[in-house]
Design a protein around this ligand. Structure first.
Ligand code: FES
Length: 127
């Protein structure tokens, strides 16, 4: 069996939603100290729905595939549902990742949570 699923290879080669959202209202950046990979998520949230999402990942192929798949899973989704996204769901959507690459999908979950935290902090400030 190939080490990486076709979906992982597809999202690694043609990552969806790469880039920056200039007027994002939630931005989260996380890193893994062990491998040094960094992931940054930009969210544009309107009426508690993730209207747009983009990412920049400086990292391995699994991190790129995980961020790409995660953006696909949350785009257009209500915030409450997005908060429930786990790295497990990302791995399942990718048809699996090798065990030593699971932490790459954790980065995607963490980056989205960090972006939501950023959004909620600023939302409170504006009240
Ligand atoms: Fe660290 Fe993939 S090796 S995110």
């Amino acid at each position: 069996m190939a080490l990486y699923s076709e979906k992982v290879m597809d999202h690694f080669r043609n990552p969806r939603n790469v880039g920056v959202i200039e007027d994002a209202n939630g931005v989260g950046e996380v890193g893994n100290v062990k491998c040094g990979d960094i992931m940054k998520m930009y969210l544009k949230i309107e009426n508690d729905v993730v209207e747009d999402v983009k990412f920049e990942t400086f990292g391995c192929g699994s991190a790129i595939a995980s961020s790409s798949m995660a953006t696909e899973l949350i785009k257009g989704q209500p915030l409450e549902k997005v908060k429930e996204l786990t790295n497990k769901a990302v791995v399942e959507a990718l048809d699996g990742l090798p065990t030593h690459k699971i932490h790459c999908s954790v980065l995607a979950e963490e980056a989205i949570n960090a972006a939501i935290d950023d959004y909620e902090q600023h939302k409170d400030e504006n009240r």
